[in-house]
Design a binder for this molecule. Sequence first.
Ligand SMILES: [Zn+2]
Length: 118
Amino acid sequence: MILSILEYAVTCHPKEGILLLRGETKKNEIRIEEVEIPPLSTHGLGFSSFSPYMLPIDFSIIGTAHSHPSGVLRPSSTDMNKFYGRIMIIAAYPYRTERDIAVFDGEGKPIQYEIIND
Ligand SMILES: [Zn+2]
């Protein structure tokens, strides 16, 4: 899963890439099971965006992942305005290992995560 995000980020570079995260949420646990490319996504040099209104109502989408070609490993204010779902994953350039990835909640605070099986 982490690897798919990193690989996708590499593919989109120097543009931003965005992915939807699918999975399950329990009380204190969010489990990501799948990543997918959103329909009608637009890749720009700014924020890569998609309209949540174009998506089917699908509660298995628990958040989004996107890349930061700038290498900054924290959400921008635009990111926070466009927060969708429960979590946001950011993959920062050079997208090599899980150290180039961070997970944030709706307030922009980093979330601890664990790789279960990748
Ligand atoms: Zn961003």
